[in-house]
Design a protein around this ligand. Structure first.
Ligand SMILES: [Zn+2]
Length: 135
């Protein structure tokens, strides 16, 4: 093995070791995250994180400029298979509930959902801002 190859291998190993302690489960790395804003709430790009060894989905959002209120909104987390069928749907709330429109900046709300039971066959997760109540 040439010296340079040796160094590259070593760096790669370090990289892998550094990653493995905080790496996401393979299903979270391969899933497609789709976000859907509503008339009242706009979503920023959600992302997965590991918190105390548990997988969580975190995201932030802000109030749409022409929305009257954000207090009637919530977040739907919908697990879909490759054919687009709903495997499971969860409702999450965000905080603070009432996002104000400030003169120069958008007040942000945050949500964090811990995913304890990942449905088998999940191909994508739709994160949707939603105003209509679930029955
Ligand atoms: Zn909903």
């Amino acid at each position: 093995m040439k010296p340079c190859t040796c160094i590259i291998s070593f760096v790669c190993l370090l990289g892998l070791a550094g990653c493995s302690s905080t790496s996401l489960p393979s299903e979270a790395r391969s899933v497609a995250l789709v976000r859907e804003s509503s008339n009242a709430v706009a979503l920023n790009v959600p992302e997965f994180a590991m918190a105390d060894g548990r997988l969580t989905l975190n995201g932030s959002l802000y109030r749409q400029a022409d929305a009257e209120t954000t207090t009637k909104s919530h977040i739907d987390i919908v697990f879909l298979d490759a054919a687009g069928r709903v495997l499971r749907s969860e409702v999450a709330s965000f905080a603070p509930r009432d996002l104000r429109l400030l003169p120069r900046q958008k007040a942000r709300g945050y949500y964090s959902v811990s995913i304890t039971d990942w449905p088998a066959g999940t191909a994508s997760i739709r994160v949707r801002a939603h105003e209509t109540e679930h029955t």
